[in-house]
Structure formats: structure tokens, C-alpha cells
Design a protein around this ligand. Structure first.
Ligand code: DC
Length: 221
């Protein structure tokens, strides 16, 4: 008799959506609840941008930024280094370039393999996870909120450190990034046809979390 092998295939939860919609907040909450590892793909683009800035590269110098992307290690940068206006803009610019996206594909696709047999779910959040990186993801969530709502939420966070922050300039920068992310030719931000659309403009984080959890549970994995 041959021994029966039980292979647990980790279910991939893809969460896509625009900047500031709460993807990482929801991904982290789901991660705790489901004991699922999470990959924030935007962090990869941010780390590449950060290293390019450290090396004084121009965002148009794609050849040398490609080499940075091929060798990137996200763990060596602090959150302060990765999450600021300069990196927001720089990472958004370089993420429209094919060699940069190409260089980061394997890192993203190999993520679930690490948990193949140990975790029931893994979560990957970004812009093109359900469309390009994992077109066969088991559950695809596309989160949305109006740019005004996202700007108001962002203002509340920024005000803690910068009392002079202005809603109009925050909203302008969000719209600029949306436009760039949604109109680029390569892997644009767009809902996958088989994704669940979750507009959280009028939802609290808790409501949004419960809604998405309900979708995941309805699959009865
Ligand atoms: O999610 P984030 O704001 O940390 O992402 C930073 C930038 O990287 C953002 O401008 C869009 C880009 N990005 C992307 O093009 N594709 C992804 N899967 C994730 C992020």
C-alpha cells in the first residue's frame, strides 16, 4: 500500500485597491484572525524607491533601478524610510516600468510556497495581485473608497505629526497616484472580473473587516 500524502494547499487571498483605502489595515487584521502570513507588495516597490534615492538615482534611470529591484531586501529599511511623501511619489513612478515590475514578480509569486504545508491561508495585497501576479488566487477582494474619504482619513493620521497639513493637497496627491496607478499600460490598478468589490467609503474599519471576513468564510475552505 502506498502511503496517502496529504498536501495542504494554502489558499491565496488577493487584496487590491488604491492608495489609502485601508488594504494593509485589513490585511493585518485578517492575518491575525486567520493566522495567515501577509505580503505587502507595495513595500517591495517602496524599498526599491528608497534604495534608488539612497544611491541618488533618477526615477527615469530604469536600467540601474532594475538592478536594485533584482537584489532588493525589504527587511533592511525602516517604516520611516519607506512611508513618506517622497517614497509615495518615487515608487508610484517606477512601478509603471516593465523591468521593475518584472524584477519583483518572482519575489511575490514565491511567497505562498513558503507556507504550502503549514498555513491554510496567505494574504497578498497590492494593485495587480488578483489580475497579474495571482490570476488564479482563491479569493480576490478589490477595496475602494472615494478619494475624498481617503484624503480625510489620511489627514487625520498626518495631523498628529503635522498640524498644518491640508486636505486639498493630500487629496490632490491621492488623485495623482490613482491616475498613475490606474492609467498605466502595464498591470494597471483594475478590479479582476472575479473579484469582490468592497467600497468602504461609508464603513468603519471594523465593518469593512467583518464584510471581507464574511466573504472568506462563505467559501467554506
Ligand atoms: O501600496 P503602496 O502604497 O505601499 O504601494 C506603493 C506604490 O507601489 C504605489 O504607488 C503603487 C505601487 N504598487 C504597484 O504598482 N503594484 C503593487 N502590487 C503594489 C504597489
Amino acid at each position: 500500500l502506498t502511503k496517502e500524502k496529504i498536501i495542504i494547499m494554502t489558499k491565496i487571498i488577493a487584496i487590491d485597491g488604491p492608495a489609502g483605502v485601508g488594504k494593509s489595515t485589513i490585511a493585518n487584521k485578517l492575518s491575525k484572525y486567520l493566522d495567515a502570513p501577509v505580503l505587502m507588495s507595495g513595500k517591495l516597490y517602496r524599498a526599491v524607491a528608497c534604495e534608488a534615492i539612497i544611491q541618488k538615482k533618477n526615477p527615469t534611470n530604469i536600467k540601474s533601478i532594475e538592478i536594485i529591484a533584482q537584489n532588493i531586501d525589504v527587511n533592511i529599511y525602516s517604516d520611516e524610510q519607506l512611508y513618506n511623501d517622497q517614497i509615495d511619489q518615487f515608487s508610484s513612478k517606477i512601478s509603471s516600468k516593465k523591468p521593475i515590475r518584472q524584477a519583483l514578480i518572482n519575489l511575490q509569486r514565491s511567497f505562498p510556497k513558503n507556507f504550502r504545508k503549514s498555513k491554510k491561508f496567505c494574504i497578498i495585497e497590492g494593485r495587480d495581485i488578483g489580475t497579474v501576479i495571482f490570476p488564479k488566487a482563491d479569493i480576490k477582494i478589490f477595496m475602494w473608497a472615494s478619494s475624498e474619504v481617503r484624503a480625510i482619513r489620511r489627514l487625520e493620521q498626518v495631523k498628529k505629526v503635522n498640524k498644518k497639513a491640508k486636505l486639498t493637497s493630500i487629496q490632490k496627491s491621492i488623485i495623482e497616484r490613482d491616475l498613475r496607478d490606474m492609467s498605466r499600460k502595464l498591470a494597471p490598478l483594475i478590479p479582476a472580473a472575479d473579484s469582490y468589490l468592497c467600497d468602504n467609503s461609508n464603513y468603519s474599519i471594523e465593518q469593512s473587516f467583518k464584510t471581507i471576513l464574511k466573504i472568506i468564510k462563505s467559501k467554506k475552505y
